[in-house]
Ligand binder design. Structure first.
Ligand code: AFD
Ligand code: MN
Ligand code: MN
Length: 408
């Protein structure tokens, strides 16, 4: 750390100590932060209006792992990768697991694909046709087999299931089919694995989505059992929904399984985390830190990124997202909780709010540079990536190669 940053760090540390905060404990939490990046975030993707291919975009799973390993090398806190089956398929999963470990990575959540096959036109696990539900359950069974081979803890389930018109299907029958299918999945799941149920308020269904909100996801998880938890994708809420309140509720119910971090202006835009509403991301982390300090479920929560970078260079945008999540966590860790509790007890709204606002407005970079120093990673990961030549290297190596993407 250079002398200027060292001075800033010492001043910040002194301020935090004066607030009664344990700086070493905060640094320890930041050093053990574990963010999971998505394999699909390194590959070309698009919207329904088209795909804009990028030079060097990963196609094979090996290329995605290499990109993820580079993000981890630059940040020190992104040691696992979520996979998406069938976009990520290999013949030898043990070899894949060893390849990942050789790159300093572990395999994280396994995401089944129950939305791209023609058969799923009217749904998958909630579809009216029992042969379609069977097909979907067989795919999930295949994913569970892969989980066993790559030692993955979480089956991360998002369904596109829903209807486009009133009257298209019986909404209660869909709920019952879905519950029955999920119960079969839960019985297939080994005791050391978890089922994360992700909700989304619309898209691609445009009238009724079968798992539209946190309430339905929680209801389904409660009927399944202890190892079924809710996955909160930040982009999956209608405008103005209070996400931090949902997070607090799920934490209090001990049913928060994890996140898909991204940001949005209008819908499920999958923009870079923290790029539109960093204060909301901070408030989510304020609830997470409150939980960490009271009933520590931290290790039970999967902090995953789910975004696609259509315009930004993918590896760079992924580094940006990891750093935004790290920054939000750091700011949430430096909230003066004693003063906050006192202000709340006094009903002093302004003083209570100022405890959060002042933490959010604190430049925590000196603390993060210290943490990166201790982790042996660059003080400025984004700059280090740009200077590393990695992007130019993968663009050269991957130019013109003929590989078929393993799209499902
Ligand atoms: C899409 C869905 C959902 C899912 C992700 C990966 O909206 O967020 O988790 O794809 O399958 O973004
Ligand atoms: Mn998601
Ligand atoms: Mn989404």
């Amino acid at each position: 750390m250079n002398s200027e940053m060292q001075g800033k760090y010492e001043r910040l540390a002194a301020t935090l100590k004066a607030r009664g905060l344990d700086v070493q404990l905060i640094e320890g939490r930041l050093k053990s932060q574990h963010i999971e990046t998505p394999s699909w975030g390194y590959a070309d993707s698009g919207t329904r209006f088209g795909v804009f291919p990028q030079p060097g975009a990963a196609v094979t799973l090996s290329e995605k792992l290499r990109d993820a390993a580079h993000v981890h090398r630059m940040t020190g806190i992104a040691p696992s990768v979520a996979l998406h089956i069938l976009w990520d398929m290999v013949d030898d999963w043990q070899a894949l697991r060893q390849e990942a470990e050789g790159l300093g990575l572990t395999i994280g959540a396994i995401n089944p694909n129950l939305f791209q096959d023609e058969a799923y036109r009217f749904g998958s696990l909630a579809a009216p046709d029992p042969t379609v539900r069977r097909k979907a359950l067989d795919h999930v069974a295949q994913c569970i087999e892969i989980m066993k081979q790559v030692d993955s803890r979480d089956l991360s389930l998002w369904l596109a299931d829903g209807t486009n018109y009133p009257g298209q299907d019986d909404l209660r029958c869909r709920k019952r089919r879905l519950e029955e299918s999920l119960a079969q999945i839960y019985t297939m799941l080994p005791d050391d694995k978890r089922l994360l149920v992700e909700y989304k308020f619309f898209e691609p269904a445009f009238y009724a989505t079968d798992i539209p909100d946190w309430g339905m996801a929680l209801l389904l998880c409660n009927k399944l059992g202890e190892r079924a938890r809710v996955l909160v994708d930040l982009g999956h809420h209608a405008q103005g929904v209070n996400i931090e309140q949902i997070v607090a509720t799920l934490l209090d119910e001990k049913k928060l399984g994890g996140f898909h971090f991204n940001d949005r202006k209008y819908a499920d835009d999958d923009l870079t985390t923290g790029s539109i509403n960093p204060y909301e991301l901070f408030l989510v982390f304020h609830e997470l830190v409150t939980s960490e300090l009271n009933d520590d479920q931290g290790s039970q929560i999967a902090y995953m990124i789910d975004q696609t970078h259509l315009l930004k260079p993918r590896v760079e945008a992924m580094i940006q997202s990891v750093l935004a999540i790290q920054r939000a966590y750091a700011k949430a860790l430096i909230v003066d909780r004693e003063a906050l509790a006192a202000a709340q007890a006094d009903g002093d709204i302004i003083a209570a709010e100022e405890c959060l606002v002042s933490a959010f407005n604190t430049d925590v970079e000196p603390l993060l540079v210290k943490v990166r120093d201790d982790l042996g990673v660059p003080a400025d990961p984004l700059q280090a990536h740009r200077e590393s030549g990695y992007q130019e290297q993968i663009a050269r190596e991957r130019a013109g190669r003929k590989v078929q993407p393993t799209l499902g």
